[in-house]
Design a protein around this ligand. Sequence first.
Ligand code: PSV
Ligand code: MN
Length: 435
Amino acid sequence: MSNLPISADLIAEHNAVRTDALEDDYAALGRKLARTGVDIAAVKARLADFSVAVPSWGAGRGGTRFAKFPIPGEPTNIHEKLADCAVINQLSQMTPRVSPHFPWDKVSDFAGLREEAASLGLGFDAVNSNTFQDQPGQAHSYSTGSLSSTIEATRQQAVEHNIECIEIGRQLGSTDLTVWVGDGTNFPGQQDFVRSLDRYLDAASQVYAALPDDWQMLLEHKMFEPAFYSTVISDWGSSILAAQELGPKAKCLVDLGHHAPNMNIEQIVARLHRFGKLGGFHFNDSKYGDDDLDSGSINPHQLFLVFNELVEAEANPRANEREGGFNPSYMIDQSHNVTDPIESMLSSAEAIAQCFAKAVLVDREALHEAQASNDTMMAFQALRRAYNVDVSPIIAKARAEAGGAIDVLAAYRKSGWRQRKAQERKAVGLGAGIV
Ligand code: PSV
Ligand code: MN
C-alpha cells in the first residue's frame, strides 16, 4: 500500500504553472548542447538513473558539541524520520534510500520497518554501526575505544554490535555495513600506534567474517574528532591498507569532511578506484574541518571535480568492483544546525546532481586528447566548459517526469509539512548534537 506523504495534486498544481518556463529553458539548453554534439536527452536519462541515499540521522536537526537547537515538528524516532525522508524523495525523486544508524534507529520489528519504508517509496541503504557512544545499560564503555580498545571484552562487544547491525541490515534489505569508529588518542604516548591498529584489524576481521557473500564492509576514515591527537583509521592510506588486509569485500568510504584541509580529495577518489577499493561516499561540505555543512555550499567546484573522477571511473572499471560494474554507494552525511533538515537535503541533493550532470557533460575525448598532448590549458578548459553550464533545467525536467516537483523548496514550503508535524509530533529535548 502506498502511503506517500505529499499530495500528488499539490505537486501537479505546483508543476502546472512552471512547466512552460521549464520547457523553454530546457529547449534552449538542448540547442546549446547540441552545438557541441551533446544530446540533452541522454544526459537527462543519466540523471533519471542517478540517486543518493539520505542518512536517517540527517532528518533531525544536528548540533555541535556546544548545543543543539531543535525546531518544532522535528522527527524524534525512525518512523517520523522515514516520513521526512519520504518527503525529500517524493519531491526530488532522487533519494529513494535511507541509511539507518544503530542503535539510534532500533525497533522491535525490522521486517515491519522495511514494509513501512516501502509504503513510503523508500528502501534502505548501508547500515551504520555506532561504537562511538555508550548506551544506557551497556556492559562495557567505549571510553577506551571500541574495535581497537585495549580491553578484550570491549572489543568483543563492538564486534558483536557490528554483527548485530549486519543481521538487522539483512532484514532491511541492505547490502553494506559502514564502520566508522571514534577510536584514537588525545595525548602523545597514550596508545601504541601499531598495537592499536593490530587490535582494530583483528576485531574488524571478525566482523568481516560475518558478512554475507553479497555484502560490503565500508571503512570510513576520519582524521580527527572525537580523538584529536590520533585516530586509528585516520586517512585514506590507513583505510585502504586495512581494507586490503581484510579482503575483497572491504572497501573505503570517503566522507568529504574527514580529511586534512586542502586535501586533493578527487585524487584520493582516483587512487581508491585504481585499486578497486572505492566503496562509497558521504557528501557534505566544509570550510574549516569536519563542519558537516550542506553539500556544495562552500566548494561546489571540488564536488564537481570529485564527480569528474567518478564519471571517469565508471567508464573505466577496475578489478574488484561490485557486480554490475562501478557502483559506489552515494550518501549525504551532514549536520543541519540552522536549517530545516528537509530543505537542506533537498538543496543538497540538487547540488550533488548538478555536479554529477556537469561531470557527465565533460568532453572526455577532448580531455584525454589534451592530456595526451600535454595541452594543459585545453585540458583545463574541457573541465571548465562543463562546469560553466547551468544544468538545472535538465535536473528539474528529469525530476518532474519522475513525478517530483519542478521547484522542490517552493513545493515543500507550500505543502506546510513542517507546520503540520509541529502540531502532531512531540518536542525534541535539548542537548548536544551528533558528531
Ligand atoms: C562521523 O563524523 C560520521 O561522519 C560517521 O559517518 C558517523 O556515522 C556519522 O558522522 C554520524 O555521526
Ligand atoms: Mn560520515
